[in-house]
Design a protein around this ligand. Structure first.
Ligand SMILES: [Zn+2]
Length: 157
């Protein structure tokens, strides 16, 4: 495999995230590990402030500056996700292309992989003259507790 292709392989676990840091020659300080562990455990989109608070609540001492610097370094190497919101930046564990479901009532952002039908992509390309190589969709809506429950029991069945 070409080295560039290896770098673009999606990261699917905490171990793979740590491996990617090592492949890139990034220093893996304790603090950097703490942040990666937290993001993979939480599987949410968190602000730097929330990450700082949660780590310190868990007794993992880390300073504000260290949190910010590590998040910047990890995001700039595409090891974690960074999204810009009006309230500030949020960080997530999934760094390859994915879509978001924005819950308007709970303010949560859920990650979801959505694949559009090839015909639709071809139609968009024909309309715009742009060759689509990637896409991310933002969905907005309200939580439906019953529907989620039903879906889960179907998955288990
Ligand atoms: Zn995300």
């Amino acid at each position: 495999m070409q080295p560039e292709a290896a770098l673009r392989k999606p990261i699917r676990s905490l171990e793979e995230a740590i491996d990617r840091c090592q492949d890139l020659g990034m220093r893996l300080s304790r603090q950097r590990r703490f942040i990666l562990e937290l993001l993979w455990q939480a599987q949410e989109h968190l602000s730097a402030r929330e990450i700082y608070d949660r780590l310190n609540q868990q007794g993992k001492e880390i300073g504000h500056t260290s949190v910010y610097q590590n998040l910047e370094a990890l995001a700039s190497q595409n090891i974690i996700e960074c999204i810009e919101r009006s309230e500030g930046r949020l960080y997530g564990n999934i760094s390859d292309s994915h879509s978001h479901i924005n819950c308007l009532d709970t303010n949560q952002i859920l990650d979801v992989y959505v694949e559009l039908p090839p015909e639709l992509i071809q139609q968009i390309e024909a309309q715009t003259g742009v060759k689509i190589t990637d896409y991310r969709i933002d969905f907005y809506g309200y939580r439906q507790p019953e529907a989620a429950e039903k879906h889960r029991s179907q998955e288990l069945a």
